[in-house]
Design a protein around this ligand. Structure first.
Ligand code: NAP
Length: 521
């Protein structure tokens, strides 16, 4: 596919209105062709108007038509996977084989949502039939279903350039809900973004859907993102990135004349607790697994385990030695952008200024944006007094927290802010301590893992990728998994309707065969 660098606004190819940019290959520090158009407020306005015009038709597509559309996107992604992975590798420095896996995951997500749409359970139909003879007064017929919230703006993530980007789970779940979508492409991978956007746009055209179902814009600086959040026709926003960026957009949306939901996925240190018997029997093995997960994506992963808490003693010494050996052998690899690299270096300094001691560093960096791995350590008492130590450092680093005893381990757990995940490594003889930790962790995390590490690849009905603030701005929802569709749905109740006027899913004979609750049963 020849990249044009244009903004894709509905069916239109829109050249630069606010200058151009080039992608950077972080592995070579070289700019890559071609020029990519940067847009502005007028481009957002055009995309939002098209998304609004398309909304009524798209949100009323039959379940069969919408699920066929999602499957067509998946097929189109499959067809471009080799060039998509190759371009994403150039723009991110991540391994091409891994990016092929990401493309496959993105296609799978669209297929999974196609199945969700076909079955219709997401409509959450509830029917309370009329009870004309009910005393002391009759009950009217009430029927409820969920409908799409309206046009949605999606901020693609930098760190997973396919499965959390233009064709990522946010886009798949929003389109599945019946929402029209405008993606703000991340400037860290403009070519990969264009390939994904073209695959989606082709599916819109082939499915005979209105052009405004999908658009992709791009800009330099905050103006384009702000215009998206401010636009009165946009009814919800999703975001994956920094706490600072996410909260700026969240606050902005609440100051609109009409506030709208902003679903942000921001920051998490994913604490890992090794309980005493697990530490004694297999501490070194757990430490190996921890370092392996910490280095995935050069540590640029929302589920990266960033702190490890264990009780002082000979088991702790052995754990530290095993981890130090692995970290010391880790090669430095290119990080996604110079900005992310700079903030990683700053973050390591901040940890040390806050009192963390450097245990070991990995191989020295060769390139300007290579992230050198690091293992740091602090004792539990100090961790409890320095909040800066509990902040995410996005990159290949982790902090060992050496606690005195079980009470201090519980205190460290209690001190944590909201997390995407927390992990317990335990043996049966650790259950009593685990039972004291669990209520503390349930209040603070979206996912609790036992004897494994949280994995981003699972996309299922029981997956939660969210959690209390600052992991996300709304702990009631997830940004990954089949229930992520709920972010884009709202309930409408139809009271006293003649059957022929009801949406199909609510009609008496249930022509779509969707699951329905009747009188709460
Ligand atoms: P980011 O700086 O938060 O940017 C994410 C997206 O939001 C970009 O498209 C950015 O546009 C836009 N944006 C950010 N702030 C904005 C604002 N105030 N107004 C309008 N638009 C705004 O995240 P990033 O570039 O992906 O990485 C930076 C840092 O974010 C990392 O170092 C890391 O700490 C964190 N991060 C965390 C996760 C996680 O999963 N925990 C994932 C990714 C990043 P522009 O690029 O055009 O400015």
């Amino acid at each position: 596919m020849k990249l044009t660098g244009n903004l894709l606004i509905g069916a239109n190819e829109v050249p630069a209105t606010e200058g151009t940019m080039k992608a950077l290959n972080p592995a070579t520090n070289q700019l890559i062709e071609p020029d990519f158009a940067l847009g502005g407020v007028a481009d957002v306005d055009r995309a939002a108007n098209l998304a609004d015009e398309a909304f009524d038709q798209y949100s009323h597509t039959s379940l069969a038509q919408r699920s066929a559309f999602l499957e067509r996107i998946a097929d189109n992604l499959d067809a471009v996977t080799p060039e998509l992975a190759a371009r994403a590798a150039l723009e991110t420095g991540l391994p091409e084989a891994q990016l092929q896996g990401e493309a496959a995951k993105a296609a799978t997500q669209f297929r999974q949502f196609a199945a969700v749409v076909r079955k219709g359970r997401f409509l959450q139909v509830a029917i309370d039939p009329a009870q004309p003879d009910r005393q002391p007064r009759p009950r009217m017929d009430h029927r409820l279903q969920k409908i799409a919230i309206g046009p949605v703006a999606i901020f693609g993530a930098s760190n997973f350039p396919i499965s959390y980007s233009v064709a990522g789970g946010d886009t798949a779940s929003a389109l599945a809900a019946g929402a029209t979508v405008i993606v703000k492409a991340h400037n860290a991978h403009p070519g990969a973004s264009e390939i994904q956007a073209r695959a989606i746009r082709q599916a819109v055209q082939d499915s005979g859907l209105p052009e405004g179902v999908f658009s992709m814009v791009r800009g330099g600086g905050n103006a384009i993102g702000e215009a998206l959040v401010d636009h009165p026709l946009i009814k919800a926003v999703t975001f994956t990135g920094s706490e600072q960026g996410g909260m700026a957009l969240y606050r902005r949306a609440q100051l609109r004349p009409e506030p709208i939901p902003v679903f942000t996925e921001m920051t998490s240190i994913n604490p890992t607790f090794i309980l005493p018997h697990a530490l004694a029997t297999r501490g070194e093995q757990i430490g190996d697994g921890f370092v392996e997960r910490m280095l995935v994506n050069v540590g640029q992963a929302c589920l990266k385990p960033a702190i490890l808490i264990a009780i002082d003693g000979s088991g702790f010494e052995a754990l530290r030695a095993a981890m130090a050996k692995r970290v010391a052998a880790a090669p430095a690899r290119p990080m996604l952008t110079p900005g992310i690299h700079a903030s990683y270096t700053r973050g390591l300094d901040d940890l040390q200024n806050a009192g963390a001691k450097l245990v070991v560093e990995g191989s020295a960096a060769n390139g300007d944006v290579d992230g050198q791995s690091a293992l740091l350590e602090v004792d539990g008492q100090h961790f409890l007094t320095e909040t800066a130590l509990a902040h995410e450092v996005f990159g290949p680093a982790a902090l060992l927290v050496k606690v005195r005893d079980e009470a201090e381990m519980l205190a460290v757990a209690r001190s944590l802010r909201g997390q995407l995940s927390a992990t317990l490594h335990l043996e049966q003889s650790d259950f009593e301590l685990a039972q004291r930790l669990l209520p503390i962790l349930e209040r603070r995390t979206g996912r609790i893992v036992v004897n494994a590490f949280a994995h981003p690849q699972e996309v299922s009905f029981a997956t939660i990728h969210g959690g209390p603030f600052p992991a996300s701005s709304d702990s009631r929802f997830t940004s990954v998994g089949m229930t992520s569709i709920e972010r884009f749905l709202r309930p409408v109740s139809y009271q006293g309707f003649p059957d022929a006027l009801l949406p199909e899913a609510l009609r008496e004979i249930n022509p779509l065969g969707v699951p329905r609750s009747v009188d709460g049963q």
